[in-house]
Design a binder for this molecule. Structure first.
Ligand SMILES: Cc1cc2nc3c(=O)[nH]c(=O)nc-3n(C[C@H](O)[C@H](O)[C@H](O)COP(=O)(O)OP(=O)(O)OC[C@H]3O[C@@H](n4cnc5c(N)ncnc54)[C@H](O)[C@@H]3O)c2cc1C
Length: 415
């Protein structure tokens, strides 16, 4: 009989860490991966450079995590960014901390993180099965005793850690299988939705601006006349809408509203450093200084070239009008538009383009001190399969590694 102390389902960042930790502590561990290689997503993280964590102090780190940040306190107190960095350093992977506290392997190769992790897993004699898909959890009287894989074969263990990830980038193997496994075990799944994902907009303005990148702008988010939030930084236009760092951040923060098809307005403030008064003074000065020139020349001073035609169209002011003929009402219109260039969000791109999945196994049904299910004895969860998410910056991998370390350790302690 194939009997283990611990079975880990899914060999992503979380699965490898959980399996390695449980085995390091003496447990006999089976790690099952449905793809032909483990860690496919890990190897493409951070554009191939792997932003493995962020060295922000815990309080600041938590500000980057979604609503369920409290759930992570114990996992982070057990194994946080400093422990993770040390973990890789002791495996001869040098780590460099970049702008914004983002930590990367100094080699800039995500493959080095993967290799260090899988070698550690192998050194600890974890039994790894590839191209094997777990289809069912074997549960009797709310106690787990193993898993059934595609083809009907069963593996037995008193502890099973589900680390199947979310649904984003499904080509890497993360296709949401864990949600079914968890549902069958009686768990609640908080609705899963793409996050850290580009957004689609109504109308044809964004497509016309395709390729244009805006730095140091502010995006204000509105719904039914109420401001819901804002983000400051860089964004880009695409053939379908908006993308770039601040758009991805907002896509996560408002993933529920976007998923519910609420008509969110993203209003770009193109001059966030100038308040209304200062911007008006600047416009007045520019228009006066260029009085005998066409309005177009002032627009070129204020905006990237690609925006000039669109701005003039939206403002309904001819580009050929002389600056000294621009009325104060028109100047007001220009000022208001510069601070409120609006796009209606119609939805997000699909999971195939989403960096993470929001939603997942309800953490209210998981013990934060062990990662064990509160419903099924011996069932544990680790990583993105749970309703945990965060902004870009290394936070998501740290969540995967921390919850996995704790799950692996908890399983081994009670084996
Ligand atoms: C392009 C991209 C770049 C990213 N870059 C970063 C970054 O730089 N920093 C950062 O912090 N985060 C990044 N992320 C997010 C981060 O990769 C994820 O949050 C993290 O990988 C989640 O780890 P996980 O182990 O929970 O899930 P996954 O990494 O998704 O692993 C789940 C594993 O389970 C396997 N599996 C699924 N179902 C079954 C089954 N039924 N049977 C057996 N095996 C199964 C899958 O094949 C997969 O190998 C990025 C994500 C993407 C898509």
């Amino acid at each position: 009989m194939d009997k283990y102390d611990v079975i880990v389902v899914g060999a992503g960042a979380a699965g490898m860490m959980a399996a390695g930790r449980a085995a390091e502590m003496g447990a006999k561990v089976l790690l099952i991966e449905k793809m032909n290689q483990p860690g496919r997503k890990l190897r493409i993280t951070g554009k191939g450079r792997c932003n493995l964590t962020n060295v922000a102090p815990m309080r600041e780190f938590m500000e980057q995590v979604g609503d369920n940040w409290r759930f992570l306190k114990h996992a982070f107190n057990t194994f946080f960014s400093n422990e993770l960095i040390e973990f890789f350093q002791t495996k001869k992977v040098d780590i460099t901390v970049e702008r914004g506290g983002r930590a990367f392997p100094t080699s800039e190769l995500a493959g080095d993180i993967f290799t260090a992790l899988i070698r550690w897993v192998e050194r600890n004699k974890v039994d790894i099965r590839k191209e094997v898909k777990v289809e069912k959890l074997l549960i009797e009287d709310n106690i787990i005793n193993g898993v059934e894989v595609y083809g009907g074969h069963t593996y037995y263990a008193d502890k099973v850690i589900v680390a199947t990830g979310g649904m984003s980038y499904p080509a890497t193997g993360s296709t949401g299988d864990g949600y079914k496994l968890a549902t069958d075990a009686g768990h609640t799944i908080i609705n899963v939705r793409p996050a850290l994902v580009p957004l689609e907009t109504a109308g044809d303005i964004a497509p016309q601006l395709q390729g244009l990148s805006l730095k140091n702008v502010k995006v204000n988010v509105w719904l039914d006349g109420k401001k819901l939030g804002e983000a400051f930084g860089e964004m880009m236009f695409t053939h379908f809408g908006l993308t770039g760092p601040i758009i991805l951040t907002l896509s996560r923060r408002f993933s529920q509203e976007i998923y519910d098809k609420k008509p969110l307005i993203f209003a770009i403030d193109l001059k966030p450093a100038l308040d209304d008064q200062k911007l008006d003074a600047r416009l007045l000065r520019d228009l006066n200084e260029h009085g005998k020139m066409k309005f177009q020349s002032v627009l070129r001073l204020l905006l990237p070239g690609k925006l000039v035609d669109i701005a003039a169209d939206l403002l309904k002011i001819s580009q050929d009008k002389l600056c000294n003929q621009i009325s104060s009402e028109e100047r007001k219109r220009i000022r208001l538009w510069l601070k409120d260039f609006r796009f209606t969000i119609t939805g997000s791109r699909s999971f195939a383009e989403a960096i993470i999945t929001s939603g997942g196994v309800d953490v209210k049904e998981v013990d934060p001190k062990t990662m064990q299910s509160k419903l099924v004895h011996g069932l544990y969860f680790a990583g993105e399969v749970m309703d945990l998410d965060a902004n870009t910056g290394g936070y998501n991998l740290q969540i995967a590694f921390s919850t996995a370390w704790l799950a692996g350790e908890s399983c081994a302690k009670t084996s």
